[in-house]
Design a protein around this ligand. Structure first.
Ligand code: G3P
Length: 226
């Protein structure tokens, strides 16, 4: 299971890569716009931080297939190996996916709100599908359920070259449900990452260990120097 960061804030990415087992970074045009920086400048900096082995996801902006293919080619040219091009699961997007797939470009189908979008994108050659879990929840449907249905469709139809990069999370529970279900990957915004271990009970447990050990061997001592 891959754990990715859904953000383009380079300071936050640098910090999370240092502390967490990060497999990649995903972006979209909205996420990049929040940096107020030139798109390829920020994407190249992210590539530098994560190295050439981790996966970097960047999205096309054109709205018709030929333009999406041109966007995809530039993204790959600028960002190198292990870059996956995100294409929205629209009619033009499906056409572009087939064109890109023929050229050997690795793809993710994005803006997925329904299982059928995911199924078609997988058939078009996508390696990843991004169902928008929290946005689906906000529409009054069950985002985790939709993501699970897409995963079932892939498994039951031999589309095993394709898996989920589940996206649009607002809390840990949505993520845990999909990790338990065995999805290929999740991408998590920085604020949700920071809440993974923000818990008074965890802090209290660690504080108590420190106090008890200090009572035994003196303050400031650890296992390396007690
Ligand atoms: O990249 C797509 C997805 O992660 C969007 O998330 O938080 O805008 O619903 P959000």
């Amino acid at each position: 299971m891959l754990l990715c960061i859904d953000d383009a804030n380079v300071e936050a990415i640098r910090r999370l890569v240092e502390y967490y087992p990060i497999d990649g970074v995903s972006t979209n045009p909205t996420i990049i716009s929040r940096t107020k920086r030139e798109p390829f400048e920020v994407l190249k900096e992210i590539r530098e931080i994560i190295g050439s082995e981790r996966e970097l996801f960047a999205q096309v902006l054109a709205t018709e297939a030929d333009g999406m293919l041109a966007d995809a080619k530039r993204i790959i040219k600028e960002l190198g190996d292990n870059t996956i091009v995100k294409i929205p699961c629209t009619t033009e997007g499906f056409k572009a996916m087939k064109m890109c797939h023929k050229e050997g470009i690795r793809l993710l189908g994005t803006a997925i709100y329904t299982p059928m979008q995911g199924f078609i994108a997988a058939k078009c050659g996508c390696e990843y599908l991004a169902p928008y879990v929290n946005r689906i929840d906000n529409m009054g449907y069950d985002g985790v359920r939709v993501a699970m249905e897409i995963q079932d469709m892939l498994e039951n139809n031999g589309l095993d070259y394709c898996g989920l990069l589940a996206a649009s999370f607002k809390n840990s529970q949505q993520i845990i449900d999909l990790i338990k279900y065995g999805v290929k990957a999740v991408t998590v915004p920085v604020d949700v990452f920071d809440n993974f271990v923000k818990n008074a009970a965890i802090d209290a447990a660690v504080d108590q260990f420190t106090k008890d050990f200090a009572n035994l061997v003196g303050p400031g001592k650890t296992m390396s120097n007690c």
